[in-house]
Design a binder for this molecule. Structure first.
Ligand SMILES: [Ca+2]
Ligand SMILES: [Ca+2]
Length: 228
């Protein structure tokens, strides 16, 4: 068995590469520690190359690679990008017309999985769930606040896709004319608070944004040309 005596026995450790400023090594003990917060969503694995050098002349060195796998924690909340999302829609838009496709991201939400149950109905897990929450408000075409929240019935929000679309009209005359539920006389500029929820987090994580929908006037009565 070979031994080193005196200065030769004083081994010094250092990190050669691969720590990306997330780890450090104690030069004397060789103990590797975490030096800052780790984030699986940015880097999930490290190959840290360690060098040990003794105090001899000439110095002898050895290297080893330490592989560290970072485990994910669901620590990111959903975020709307941008936080305020705007759209214009004509007041005569038909039911089902997509007004706005809400855009939110979450770095560590479970991936979307769509499957069919025994009866053939779609089951969906993962991703983000979209919803409308308070506060909501609207102004009329003159900019005056609207006192009722009747305008909430103008839209449908697809919980999974984030598509906000024109709802079917409850009035038979509107349905007959092919129009959806939009009624610019009741509310012209509508501000909705939207939520995106990561249900794969425990507890679920919520992010909030704002959707501003402007209902644009159309001429209900096409112009009649006077023939002279
Ligand atoms: Ca994470
Ligand atoms: Ca998350």
């Amino acid at each position: 068995m070979l031994t080193s005596a005196g200065a030769n026995a004083e081994i010094r450790y250092r990190i050669q590469k691969g720590a990306h400023d997330a780890f450090e090594v104690d030069a004397e003990t060789g103990v590797v520690t975490v030096s800052g917060p780790l984030d699986f969503d940015r880097r999930s694995s490290y190959d840290i190359r360690l060098v040990a050098v003794d105090g001899g002349v000439p110095a002898l060195s050895g290297t080893a690679t330490l592989t560290v796998s970072v485990m994910n924690k669901n620590d990111k909340v959903p975020t709307f990008l941008p936080s305020t999302q705007r759209a214009h829609v004509s007041e005569d838009a038909p039911a089902g017309r997509v007004v706005l496709h809400l855009n939110a991201t979450d770095a560590d939400a479970a991936p979307v999985v769509v499957s069919k149950d025994e009866e053939g109905a779609e089951q969906r897990t993962g991703g983000l769930a979209f919803s409308l929450v308070q506060p909501v408000y609207a102004v009329d075409a003159d900019g005056a606040p609207v006192r009722t929240d009747e305008f909430l019935s103008f839209f449908r929000l697809d919980e999974f896709t984030g598509e906000l679309s024109v709802a079917p009209s409850s009035s038979s005359s509107s349905t007959a004319s092919g129009r959806g539920a939009l009624n610019r006389a009741a509310a012209a500029v509508i501000t909705l608070t939207v939520a995106a929820t990561d249900l794969s987090a425990d507890p679920p994580q919520h992010g909030y944004g704002t959707a501003v929908i402007t209902i644009v006037d159309v001429n209900d009565f096409p112009p009649e040309f006077a023939v002279s």
